[in-house]
Ligand binder design. Structure first.
Ligand SMILES: NC(=O)c1ccc[n+]([C@@H]2O[C@H](COP(=O)([O-])OP(=O)(O)OC[C@H]3O[C@@H](n4cnc5c(N)ncnc54)[C@H](OP(=O)(O)O)[C@@H]3O)[C@@H](O)[C@H]2O)c1
Length: 260
């Protein structure tokens, strides 16, 4: 039987690469986008031309109605869902005193609340062996400028992951998070373009693997978590960050004492 997936945020970045790779492995993918309709439709065309199956659905993740409609329209009763992967994210990158109520609430609704609502809506379609994966970030456990609102949302998602894993375990459903470091996407550049931010390269220099991650670096572990080798992993947050979060100041890039 053809496996099925829902991927949020498939119009670009990590979500897009995930959609491509799932479809290339024969999964029938329903992915969401918000504004990038042309990119989403282009992706569907490319996948269909190469013999895969994909459908793009416009979903505003701040809307509970849109989330419910995504599942009822694409996964009506009787259609089984195998993988639910939440990759979409958005927030305002501002100092904490400048965050408006609107910024805080929209960030929460887009990132954390949407994950919970989507899981609630999709749960009846996920059977034994169903997999849920959320993409979070090192901002869930580390503090850095402008990331307060979304960092807190990512921490909340990771807590939900553990609670969901415990609650859905008896149904044979696993729930995990992939916690990403710096990943080569438009959003990474957008963050470092915020006035007052350092050069991206100066941060990459502090990462033990000395590079930002590619979208494939993140998609690989997500696919692993959906595969048979990860059947006994649940409730976990797996860091995929080139070592970014294992180091502390002083950084190797800033001292001369280092391995020859
Ligand atoms: N890039 C990084 O360096 C990095 C680092 C750590 C963690 N992550 C995490 O990895 C995931 C993917 O990141 P990314 O950089 O590839 O992309 P992203 O910018 O975080 O997400 C982009 C996707 O989210 C969709 N989206 C944004 N707001 C939405 C909303 N309100 N409703 C519906 N869809 C919405 C966008 O749709 P449209 O484009 O169609 O509007 C797009 O498909 C995110 O969870 C992010 O936090 C990324």
């Amino acid at each position: 039987m053809t496996r099925t997936a829902i991927v949020t945020g498939g119009s670009r970045g990590i979500g897009r690469r995930l959609v491509e790779r799932l479809a290339a492995s024969g999964v029938d993918v329903v992915f969401t986008y918000r504004r990038r309709q042309e990119e989403a439709e282009g992706l569907v065309r490319a996948i269909r031309e190469s013999g895969g199956i994909a459908t793009a659905a416009r979903v505003e993740l701040e809307s509970a109605e849109d989330i419910a409609a995504l599942v009822t329209e694409h996964f009506p009763e009787g259609r089984r869902l195998d993988y639910l992967i939440a990759s979409a994210a958005a927030s305002a990158f501002r100092p904490i005193p400048e965050l408006t109520i609107n910024n805080i609430e929209r960030s929460w609704a887009t990132n954390a609340r949407s994950f919970v609502l989507l899981v609630q809506a999709a749960l009846p379609r996920l059977g034994d062996g169903g997999r849920i994966v959320a993409v979070t970030s090192y901002g869930s456990t580390r503090a850095f400028p402008g990331y307060g609102a979304i960092g807190a949302d990512k921490a909340a998602i990771e807590s939900w992951v553990r609670h969901m894993a415990a609650e859905f375990g008896p149904r044979g459903i696993t729930v995990n998070a992939v916690n990403a470091g710096l990943v080569d996407t438009e959003s990474l550049q957008h963050y470092y373009d915020v006035p007052g931010m350092p050069e991206l390269q100066s941060v990459i220099d502090r990462v033990p693997l000395r590079r930002s991650g590619s979208t494939d670096d993140i998609v690989g572990p997500i696919l692993f978590l959906t595969g048979p080798d990860a059947a006994y992993i649940t409730g976990q947050v797996i860091a995929v960050d080139g070592g970014l979060t294992i180091v502390a100041p002083p950084f190797w890039s800033e001292v001369t004492l280092r391995a020859r």
